[in-house]
Design a protein around this ligand. Structure first.
Ligand code: UT7
Length: 350
């Protein structure tokens, strides 16, 4: 079995030497450390064959997913986020006490309220930080990046911890073969600082609320609180019209990436690595072909983790850094698409 991301060597350590130089330069928001964490328990395609009418062959050929990680009953979003955050802070040489803000992108918070960001703040002892959650489905991490960049550039914070975390297994219907084969649990974190060195070069966000019901959880909110009827209809779980979502995802990620490249004034050839949301290998391939990216410039780890929603992009980013696929000075392109619909793309210099 592949080792987990936990305890792998950190390739971004070189930023430590620069940490003191970059205070109070507000021109850019720069990523100075990444971290990630996944639960230990592996749920393989063959495990799923025993649970629903599916096959490893169907899942692999339609999605590219081979296995995913599943949290145990005592593990919530903040627990996994904490492990990812600890690593990112260590790499960035930033102590939790020096954080000005914590932003968590998630659709599976520990509680309806308070925010998972506040629970995480307490776990980290990040006393000085203000903390809030942001909900943008699988685009959650790109939304947190954009918001954090705006706060940093406006002088509202110098150091921000951004997290994408989702424990989708807790809202997945393991009797619904069209969804339960897709999702997994995990967290990815990044520490951003104000810097005079180029960091986030562009970021594009979009939403289209008209299609909210193509991917959603019907119950558990103020429209339909959980009750006996809900439990009978299994409306506390994710419902998705996968095929419709697929088509919009490809078009939206393509247009967002083109807009983000244009806004940053860079061409696809300038990009060292494309780190897209890991929903389905066929979506990645369709977007890659439309953008004319060579295969080796696209990072994929969905075979091991499935679709981890808001965690997917930062989990892939951290793994790419640890594997040496991203080095200091590289240009990285992110793209994501998710419930809402929400989507976006960013060009970032690491
Ligand atoms: O992250 C946020 C955004 N989410 C996404 O981007 C997900 C986008 N959607 C997808 O990835 C794909 O649509 C899925 C992987 C969910 C489904 O793949 P598809 O190629 O779109 O399949 P489909 O829904 O059109 O279903 C094809 C057939 C159906 O059978 P019939 O009606 O042709 O007889 C399904 O019932 O496959 C059947 N099917 C399955 N068969 C075996 C659906 N799920 C399964 C399964 N195992 N797990």
């Amino acid at each position: 079995m592949e080792p987990t991301l936990i305890d792998k060597p950190r390739a971004l350590n070189y930023y430590c030497a620069n940490a003191s130089e970059i205070n109070s330069k507000l021109k850019y928001a720069k990523i100075i450390g990444t971290g990630s964490s996944v639960p230990k328990t592996v749920l393989s395609n063959s495990d799923l064959e025993k649970m629903v009418d599916t096959s490893d062959e169907w899942i692999t050929s339609r999605t590219g997913i081979k296995e995913r990680r599943i949290a145990d009953e005592n593990t919530a979003a903040s627990d996994v986020a904490y492990k990812a955050a600890e690593k990112a802070l260590k790499v960035a040489c930033v102590s939790p006490q020096n954080l000005d803000a914590i932003i968590v992108g998630t659709v599976t918070p520990d509680f309806v309220f308070p925010s998972t960001a506040c629970v995480l703040q307490s776990l980290l002892g990040a006393k000085k930080a203000y903390a809030f959650d942001l909900m943008a489905g699988c685009s959650g991490f790109l939304y947190t990046l954009h918001v954090a960049e705006g706060i940093i550039k406006s002088g509202g914070a110098e150091k921000i911890l951004v997290i994408g975390v989702d424990i989708l297994s807790k809202i997945t219907d393991f009797e619904d073969r069209s969804t339960c084969i897709l999702f997994g649990d995990g967290a990815g974190a990044a520490v951003l600082t104000a810097s005079d060195k180029p960091g986030i070069l562009s970021s594009i966000l979009s939403s289209d609320g008209d299609d909210w019901d193509l991917l959603y959880v019907p119950a558990g909110g103020s429209r339909t609180p959980i009750g006996e009827e809900v439990l009978k209809s299994r409306d506390q779980y994710i419902k998705m019209k996968g095929n419709d979502v697929f088509k919009v995802a490809v078009k939206s990620m393509e247009s967002a990436t083109i807009n983000a490249l244009n806004k940053a004034n860079v061409s696809p050839e300038d990009i060292d690595l494309f780190v897209p949301h890991q929903a389905n290998y066929r979506i990645l391939e369709a977007v890659r072909k439309r953008l004319n990216f060579p295969e080796e410039k696209v990072f994929a780890n969905l075979d091991k983790y499935g679709n981890t929603s808001a965690a997917s992009v930062p989990l892939a980013l951290d793994e790419a850094v640890n594997k040496g696929r991203i080095k200091e000075g590289n240009l990285v392109l992110f793209a994501a698409f998710g419930a809402g619909f929400t989507w976006g793309a960013s060009v970032v210099k690491l």
